[in-house]
Design a protein around this ligand. Structure first.
Ligand code: NAD
Length: 547
């Protein structure tokens, strides 16, 4: 009879095959003696930093981005400490590989680059047994679950079970960016099928070969999953990720007051964008409530940002209606206005009493927004005419081209700066290189959700919050804006450098936890020095001694 995992005592080769324990050539002489590793490793003992040099060499040899991704995931599968050490020490360089844009390419080809399983797959065939599936996970204590059903992966659409790359990547960022211990992180993909014909025809596709389940049966699977999490991992935070907007808004409103959860595409995006907007007001010297924001795209990201902007404007004294009137949306059919038929429910608050305008350019010219936010997933939709119109209306036009990956951005950083003669305050979803124009170098900000979700998650789990509230995201946005230095601003960059991300995350975690304590949502006692306490919980990628 096989032994249960919890009863198993690793010895000898097991140490080398378990990425959470493995130190490779760094096992000391004493450890090698005690753990039965003599002879299983070459005699020379290396330090962690020497090992890191070797990893850098391996990594440099990979010329294609996808190969770099595969290499990093294999390192994570081999030696977790070394993986996080390398990731944390090179976060700016590796972020686009571990996460957007390269993770998108990895998801598109997941079945083809498949090596080892990572995360937990729950399929519609597991209906009625989801609790059992969760109990198969190796760790009995889980703090954060990132879950997707793969229907709207980045701006790439339905990738079915291949979407697993997203929860895996996001949780690696939780550990690297806010220091949540890797053993507390659980990536999950719920496979209810895919409507992606290319994947259904792909002989190496890893998911169920069926069309997506919809309606009552889908809802029952989600309900069973959420309830099973409460049983098996009570107190954990569920982060919904890359669900289509058909389900994302419904799921969020169903569960946000029942369990501890949030939707990163709606609320995380909203906070990172609001943080960026707060920072632009430091440059323009205006108040948030003086802004008029025009969105291209009225989906999860757009409506999420709009709703949080409204929350923040109300804190500046506007009424709900006044604040909503500051946010305007153009979707695939044109300006969202009252007279339009069959508008989806989430757009109704922003369907203003105004004549219908068929396209973005006429909306810019008529409404005269101060800020333009692209969350449409449609590349090159911020045309030269649109950007020039923004520059005619505003001394410092704010242009956020947030669609991911890079190939989907509404315009490039270079276009935004060139078409406005360097006056644009630009941010994007995926990274762009700095741009030099007339001798001045502009550093575009990346409105990456990674500035927000790791800090929010850390704050929530460390105070044991029962729910995640909108106010938590609004205070997170303000905290993010406070972390931008004058030096960052002078380069036109409205987000702090990623090298500061652990400090940023702690600052955000602290304000989030404070809201939970204030509102009676925390289940853990409040530490005397919250910031100090949060720092003390952060995972550090250093080897543990086994002797
Ligand atoms: P979604 O599918 O929920 O919404 C997309 C919206 O765009 C819909 O309202 C749709 O009607 C609209 N749209 C489609 N074609 C259009 C067109 N030609 N003109 C105008 N509108 C059009 O998707 P989402 O979750 O809102 O994400 C949208 C984009 O934002 C994606 O590319 C995603 O990668 C990006 N995003 C960026 C960040 C970030 O930068 N931090 C975070 C989340 C999402």
């Amino acid at each position: 009879m096989s032994r249960k995992r919890s009863e198993r005592k690793p010895f000898g080769i097991d140490f080398l095959h378990d990425p959470t324990l493995n130190k490779g050539t760094a096992f000391t002489k004493e450890e090698r003696d005690r753990l039965g590793l003599r002879g299983l490793l070459p005699p020379r003992i290396f330090s962690l930093s020497e090992q890191e040099k070797r990893i850098r060499e391996h990594y440099k040899r990979k010329t294609a981005d996808l190969e770099k991704y595969i290499y990093l995931i294999s390192l994570q599968d081999r030696n977790e400490t070394l993986f996080y050490r390398f990731l944390l020490n090179n976060i700016e360089e590796l972020m686009p590989i571990v996460y957007t844009p390269v993770v998108g390419q990895a998801c598109q080809e997941y079945g083809h680059i498949w090596r080892r399983p990572r995360g937990l797959y729950i399929s519609s065939k597991d209906k009625g047994h989801i609790e059992d599936v969760l109990r198969n996970w190796s760790s009995k204590k889980v703090g954060i679950i990132v879950v997707t059903d793969g229907e709207r992966i980045l701006g790439l659409g339905d990738l079915g079970a291949n979407g697993m790359g997203i929860p895996v990547g996001k949780l690696a960022l939780y550990t690297a960016c806010s220091g949540v211990h890797p053993s507390l992180c659980l990536p999950i993909t719920i496979d209810v099928g895919t409507n992606n014909e290319k994947l259904l025809q792909d002989p190496l596709y890893i998911g169920l070969r069926q069309y997506r389940i919809r309606g009552k049966e889908y809802d029952e699977i989600i309900e069973e999953f959420v309830m099973a999490v409460q049983e098996v991992f009570p107190g954990s935070l569920i982060q919904f990720e890359d669900f289509s907007n058909l389900n994302a808004f419904r799921i969020l409103s169903e569960y946000r007051n029942r369990v501890c959860c949030f939707n990163d595409d709606i609320q995380g995006t909203a906070a990172v964008a609001l943080g960026g907007i707060f920072t632009t007001t430091r440059i323009t010297g205006q108040k948030l409530s003086e802004q008029k924001i025009l969105f291209l795209g009225a989906g999860e990201a757009g409506i999420g940002i709009g709703d949080l902007v409204v929350t923040a404007m109300r804190e500046e004294g506007l009424s709900l209606q006044e604040a909503q009137l500051k946010c305007w949306f153009v979707d695939s059919k044109g300006l969202v206005v009252k007279s339009r038929d069959n508008l989806q429910e989430h757009k109704l608050h922003y369907a203003h009493d105004h004549e219908f305008l068929p396209d973005l350019l006429s909306a810019v010219k008529t409404l005269k927004p101060t800020i333009l936010v692209g969350v449409s997933g449609q590349p090159q939709t911020f045309t030269q005419s649109v950007v020039e119109a923004m520059a005619r209306i505003n001394e410092r036009p704010v242009i956020f081209a947030l669609s991911n990956p890079t190939s989907k951005a509404e315009c490039t950083a270079e276009q935004a700066y060139t078409w406005t003669n360097g006056r644009a305050i630009f941010a994007s979803g995926s990274p762009f290189d700095p741009v030099t124009l007339n001798g001045k170098t502009y550093v575009p900000g990346q409105g990456n959700n990674v500035y927000i979700f790791p800090g929010v998650g850390l704050g929530v789990i460390e105070c044991g919050a029962k729910h995640v509230t909108n106010e938590m995201f609004s205070v997170a946005a303000s905290a993010l804006a406070r972390e931008v230095s004058e030096e960052d601003l002078s380069k036109g960059c409205i987000y702090p450098p990623l090298t500061k991300i652990r400090d940023v995350s702690v600052a955000i975690a602290a304000v989030v936890a404070k809201v939970a304590y204030k509102d009676g949502l925390a289940t853990k006692p409040e530490p005397e020095d919250l910031v100090e306490y949060l720092r003390s919980t952060q995972y550090q990628p250093v080897y543990e001694s086994y002797v």
